[in-house]
Write a protein that binds this ligand. Structure first.
Ligand code: CP
Ligand code: NVA
Length: 318
């Protein structure tokens, strides 16, 4: 008797890009978070999951965590990576984004890019037939948000009915965190100075996502309102990469938003302190808070490794 051919189900994320948190549905994110937990618990089981796969890592801005975790992560999955800096490709100047995409798709299996304009990242993804992962643009930092929400789950289990408060600059990290939390039903408060709100379209999208998930997204200029009874307080640098010339002015404007013990004490007793790092101690956060037992910043950094292994595995596997 002729054997029935086995039904082969195409993995849902194979070949996809991860440029924004909003590229994945809540269900897809939940399954990536479950895979992250398994990879973290049983790293050896995944030793040859991506054997022979090569990732190009394009960095147009500095990095410690992203570079290390992608390099180590792909290696731990049996694959390899190569680093491309502006000295190598000078994207958009020495060679167009289109031409870089058309070259790399014939040479490697996936691309991670850290750059300035989000359009460079979407352009690369549009033209390349291989998966592209956003390792930070001026608009979003979606791998960070995946690792952060995984860290929250490790401590708080159920994401619903939690108050996650981001206090500081309405930047790339704030955007991705807001979208991620809103998708998964968490209440998000974002406290920024009036002129430094998250981008209105991202805020609107997060509000719409929260409406679907049962979460809530609130912007306020009042850091105390955000901190009050919070389960997690998150902050990031006041001047992101590329904004160095504004650093002095921002230091003045953001001073009331510093996460110090006075502000942190408005949160719940067991509130987590979170930061994507690098931290500017004495500016957006004091030593007392970042070094306190409530701080999970290095756990977040480690979880970049596990979360990105899950992302690469799902996007690149055969
Ligand atoms: N959090 C983060 O992305 O760190 P790096 O800039 O060091 O990669
Ligand atoms: N908002 C920061 C994050 C660094 C990981 C920046 O873009 O520089």
């Amino acid at each position: 008797m002729k054997k029935k051919p086995k039904k082969t189900r195409k993995p849902a994320l194979r070949g996809r890009d991860y440029l924004s948190v909003d590229d994945f549905s809540a269900a897809e994110i939940r399954s990536l978070l479950a895979l992250t937990a398994d990879i973290k618990a049983h790293p050896k089981r995944y030793r040859s999951a991506l054997t022979g796969k090569m990732m190009a890592l394009i960095f147009e801005k500095p990095s410690l965590r992203t570079r290390t975790t992608f390099t180590v992560g792909i290696k731990q999955l049996g694959g390899d990576s190569l680093l491309l800096t502006p000295a190598d490709i000078n994207l958009g100047k020495r060679e167009s984004v289109y031409d870089v995409a058309k070259n790399l798709e014939r040479m490697v299996d996936g691309i991670m890019i850290r750059t300035f304009g989000h359009d460079i990242c979407t352009g690369l993804a549009h033209h390349a037939s291989i998966p592209v992962i956003n390792g930070l643009t001026d608009l979003e930092h979606p791998c960070q948000a995946m690792a952060d929400i995984f860290t929250v789950i490790e401590h708080k289990k159920n994401l619903k009915r939690l108050k996650l408060s981001y206090i500081g600059d309405g930047n790339n990290v704030a955007h991705s965190l807001m979208l991620m939390a809103a998708k998964l039903g968490t209440t998000v408060f974002v406290a920024t100075p009036e002129g430094y709100k998250p981008r209105q379209d991202v805020l609107d999208r997060a509000v719409a996502l929260a409406r679907e998930s049962g979460g809530q997204v609130v912007w306020t200029a009042d850091p105390v309102e955000a901190a009050r009874e919070a389960d997690m307080i998150y902050t990031d640098t006041w001047a992101s990469m590329g904004q160095e010339s504004e650093a002095d002015e921002r230091r003045r404007i953001f001073a009331p938003y510093q996460v110090n013990m006075a502000l942190f004490s408005h949160a719940k007793e067991d509130a987590l302190f979170m930061h994507c790092l690098p931290a500017h101690r004495g500016q957006e956060v004091t030593d007392e808070v970042i070094d306190s037992p409530n701080s999970v910043v290095f756990q977040e950094a480690e979880n970049r490794l596990h979360a990105q292994k899950a992302i690469m595995l799902e996007l690149l596997r055969d």
